[in-house]
Design a protein around this ligand. Sequence first.
Ligand SMILES: *Cc1c(COP(=O)(O)O)cnc(C)c1O
Ligand code: SF4
Length: 344
Amino acid sequence: MAILTSNDRSVRPASKPAQEDSWQAEIRQAVRTSSELCRRLGLSESLACDAAVGAAQFPVFVPPGYLARIEPNSPHDPLLRQVLPLGGEGKAVDGFTADPVGDELAALHPGVLQKYQGRALLIATGSCAVHCRYCFRRHYPYEEVPHSEAAWDSALTAIAEDPSITEVILSGGDPLMLVDSRLAMLVGKIADLPHVTRLRIHTRLPIVVPLRVTDELLQTLTDTRLTSVIVVHTNHARELAHDVAVALSNLRDAGITLLNQAVLLRGVNDSVDAQRELSERLVAVGVLPYYLHQLDRVAGAAHFEVPIAEGKQLVGELRRQLPGYMVPRYVQEIAGETNKTVLA
Ligand SMILES: *Cc1c(COP(=O)(O)O)cnc(C)c1O
Ligand code: SF4
């Protein structure tokens, strides 16, 4: 990932738009330790110590714009809980494993997963703008992700050889961690595959660092012949701050279909009120709720699990209270299945 150093920035011509610099600068300023996170939020040192085991497995990473949305002095804040390792992360729990969704079985080629008909998922980069504690990719072997242009070419060759693939899904990590020039190049190469008609990007960046929605990104997505769909990832209404709403509205104005996926998380969004507020806020900012995922049983995330029976009840109640288009499909990914399993 080509994050510019401050030296590079100083030699940059003054006329060059500064947008790419500003989102990267925000990511460089991320809080990277639990003690710093707790200190900035007025939380006790003991919470920070509890976090040590989890942080050693998967480091803390929270950029300042997301930090600003967390309520200070509030250890149970639903945004904080997504980014602060809790003591429970260190406990081994039966059934919680390193590869709960069978990704290692589904690799078509290094960096390309094909689990479902017609769709290939390309792992464009291993990095993210935030580290979500429940993430099923926390143990993923990202060293194998293609980084060079030549490695991408060979991943794309695997897709080129299968004309049944009509949609390429960029995932990661977070594919919008790629700088605009590299992303434009990748989108161009995908558009060169005649059987591919849709480009889907799964990203949390417009939510975490809304500055990432640069003019150049909008240009890349509008110039392509591919139909662009972006699936953002929001778990709580408070993540959708004003600057996020502006970024999403720019994406929508560019004609991009916007969907949201969330994960059902204990202590974050495991109530009818939290889910209803999330759906209402999403629709208000032009995003349709797509999926509510049952937590993948990844080692270190057991404290986030909500039993499926409780999840079904919750979604059932949501369906009574909201218009149908505001209710996400409650789904689970089961290794070896040919599609995501709809639970409710
Ligand atoms: C979730 C997923 C998809 C997309 O599934 P949809 O139901 O079309 O959203 C595709 N490939 C992989 C590997 C996935 O995990
Ligand atoms: S942004 Fe997505 S891939 Fe990255 S840690 Fe969070 S959930 Fe995982």
